[in-house]
Design a binder for this molecule. Structure first.
Ligand code: CA2
Length: 144
């Protein structure tokens, strides 16, 4: 196992970033976010792998299989944040530190976005700082 490899997971619809709603989610595409994540990881001397899916089961499968290969998970669960006890259970079951990231400040948005099921599995949450949130999460993972 590489002790400094971090898994960065993006949930549903995040593949649409940059194409609509830039006033909420910023103008960066997912590809640009992932490029920034990889550049940051290089500067921190760590390895990252990224994964995006629109499917709850695929996200759960990826979390379940992460245990042996990674030392932490950074996850933006997208709308599953607000709905998925199943994804929460997978994050609780995997024996890895988890940091939850949201591009937007979910606490300034609709009431249904203000509750996160998945946050119960996270050591910390970063919301509202756009792409920078992922980079700060990587820094925090290294410190941890
Ligand atoms: O702020 C975040 O990062 C969110 O996790 C993004 C999710 C949203 O459901 C959460 O409440 C907060 C949705 C991402 C969807 O992104 C789109 C981007 C462009 C067009 C449509 C959706």
């Amino acid at each position: 196992m590489n002790p400094k490899k971090i898994l960065v997971i993006h949930g549903p619809n995040l593949n649409l970033l940059g194409k609509r709603e830039p006033e909420i989610y910023g103008k960066d595409t997912l590809e640009e976010i992932e490029a920034a994540v990889k550049k940051k990881a290089e500067s921190l001397g760590i390895a990252v792998e990224t994964f995006q899916s629109n499917h709850e089961g695929a996200l759960i499968d990826r979390v379940q299989s992460a245990g042996d290969d990674f030392s932490g998970i950074v996850i933006n669960p997208g709308a599953f944040t607000h709905t998925s006890v199943a994804l929460l259970d997978a994050l609780l079951a995997v024996d890895l530190p988890v940091i939850e990231v949201h591009l937007s400040n979910i606490h300034r948005r609709e009431s249904f976005r203000q509750h996160s099921y998945t946050a119960k599995a996270a050591i910390g949450i970063i919301a509202g700082l756009g792409t920078r949130g992922y980079l700060l999460a990587l820094e925090a993972m290294v410190d941890l």
